[in-house]
Design a protein around this ligand. Structure first.
Ligand SMILES: [Zn+2]
Length: 188
């Protein structure tokens, strides 16, 4: 069953990995969380384990995702943050009731509440977005160099010169395009 859905593109940064669940926003957009179940699957990969998700909660998640995308894009180009997006991020952050838990092995886990675990998980993602957009973390917000993508990503490379949101997809495609352009120049 699951093979019919687009794969996830996982990134080490929670908030921008989340915005990456919609890719190719400026081309043929690929929705990687097309159903509530796929959101449940995605959250589990980041240790945000919930049993179920309703269509209304999926709508909330997508609203948060697009709000993070809008705010992160504005921050990347040093534009004013869109107030509506900031409001959504703050609402989700305020509504979340997740607790950070330190395990005996020294790892951080998230404990989500029993009443509204999806909202709690979204709160964790919103707080992660806030820390990035506020410039608290070591890294730089940038936009993917692929014209059909232009996703906001968080560059933690030492040189801060990363150009693609995802090397395996956007990066390779652009490299191939450049290679083919050079080859056709040589043969003409
Ligand atoms: Zn990209």
């Amino acid at each position: 069953m699951r093979a019919e859905f687009p794969d996830f593109r996982l990134d080490t940064v929670l908030a921008t990995s989340f915005t990456g669940t919609l890719s190719e926003r400026h081309g043929n957009a690929v929705e990687r969380i097309p159903t509530p179940r796929r959101l449940v699957d995605w959250l589990a990969l980041y240790g945000l384990t919930v049993d179920t998700c309703t269509p209304a909660q999926l709508d909330l998640a997508r609203e948060l995702r697009e709000s993070i995308h809008a705010a992160a894009t504005a921050a990347a180009i040093q534009d004013a943050l869109p107030p509506a997006a900031v409001q959504v991020i703050n609402d989700r952050s305020a509504q979340g009731q997740a607790s950070a838990i330190l395990t005996p092995d020294g790892e951080r886990h998230w404990r989500l509440g029993a009443a509204s675990p999806v909202e709690d998980a979204l709160g964790v993602i919103a707080a992660d977005a806030i820390s990035i957009i506020a410039g608290e973390r070591d890294g730089r917000l940038a936009l993917c160099g692929s014209p059909t993508c232009q996703a906001a990503f968080f560059d933690t490379s030492q040189s801060r010169t990363r150009r693609w949101c995802d090397m395996n997809t956007c990066g390779n495609r652009e490299k191939k395009a450049r290679f083919n352009a050079n080859r056709s120049k040589l043969s003409s």
